[in-house]
Design a protein around this ligand. Structure first.
Ligand SMILES: [Zn+2]
Length: 323
């Protein structure tokens, strides 16, 4: 089945073998972030963030990001993904320097074009600031985003450690991105409670929320989200591995959907969580008895909420219908 994904971090999707090979080429020792089977290993969410940053060390320039983008898109396409929105960060691509960022971006866009021709997958980029780097650095990321908004960079968002700072601290950055014509999403309600989700929607005026699952603890908020048409980028496999939920059976995605919230499904950082879009769909089918019509509904919800132009959406819908 073809699949549409809205929430995947480019570096977080880096195949471990690719990162190991790159580290060897550059004589960087990051052997401590891998387990005996060669996968990424971490203890909890904070440790995950530091392992993530260590895995980024061999990604030293635009050429490395060109290779990364190609490797990631080939892997996604092998799981039937025909459209993907990937979080990319100026903090990992030139440290927030605009000229450097443009070089990285050109390399990634070049790889995206190649992947589209070779593997039939379309990628759009969402520039992300990193919450635990603070509101000042977020402005630098937002500036990079605003200056490069266009056909490839279509959105702006924020990831990182959710419990640091409040959403309103980043309003300046989100305003700047919005004024540049970018569409907005933000991680919230993965670790934070319903108040974090509500504040994010109110203060950052986002149309999508990354995760958002903890809104389930306030049903009035769930109804508001459904009413407002705010879309959740739900990543169940990620939530299970990081223990944001107790297990697949306890995941609130089915309850959210039944209450009228527009839910979509993504992998977040697939090799870190030992998941793929195939696994996500399989586990949803197995856990909640969702058949093909429901899974296709998730795909259509993702296309509707995608941060791309109408022609691209029409093209993806045609591919879904042909399947
Ligand atoms: Zn994420």
């Amino acid at each position: 089945m073809p699949k549409v994904e809205l929430h995947m971090h480019l570096e977080g999707a880096a195949p471990p073998a690719f990162i190991r090979g790159l580290a060897r080429e550059k004589n960087i020792d990051i052997s401590g972030i891998f387990d005996a089977d060669g996968g990424y290993v971490f203890r909890n969410f904070d440790h995950f963030l530091s392992v993530y940053e260590a895995a980024c060390q061999p990604l030293t320039g635009p050429e490395e990001f060109r290779r990364l983008t190609l490797a990631v898109l080939e892997e996604s396409a092998s799981h039937g993904v025909i459209y993907t929105e990937s979080f990319i960060s100026p903090d990992f691509c030139g440290g927030g320097d605009l000229a450097a960022w443009r070089d990285y971006l050109a390399a990634m866009q070049d790889a995206a074009r190649e992947a589209e021709a070779k593997f039939g997958i379309t990628m759009k980029g969402i520039v992300t600031c990193i919450r635990h780097f603070g509101p000042e650095q977020a402005k630098t990321a937002a500036h990079c985003a605003a200056e490069t908004a266009g056909e490839f960079i279509t959105g702006f968002g924020m990831g990182g450690a959710e419990m640091m700072h409040r959403p309103g601290d980043f309003a300046y950055s989100f305003d700047m991105a919005r004024e540049a014509g970018l569409r907005l999403t933000c991680h919230a309600g993965e670790w934070g409670g319903p108040d974090m989700v509500a504040d994010t929607i109110r203060d950052l005026k986002v149309e999508r929320i990354g995760h958002g699952i903890n809104c389930i603890k306030d049903l009035a908020l769930v109804d508001q989200i459904a009413e407002a048409g705010v879309v959740l980028e739900v990543c169940p496999g990620s939530n299970v591995v990081l223990r944001a939920v107790d297990g697949w059976a306890q995941h609130p995605i089915a309850q959210l959907r039944e209450r009228g919230v527009k839910v979509t499904v993504s992998t977040d950082d697939p090799p870190f969580f030992k998941t793929t879009m195939t696994d996500e769909f399989d586990m949803l089918a197995k856990t909640f008895g969702w058949e093909e019509d429901v899974l296709m509904e998730l795909n259509h919800a993702a296309v509707d909420a995608a941060f791309c132009d109408t022609a691209t959406k029409d093209n993806i819908r045609a591919k879904l219908e042909a399947a």
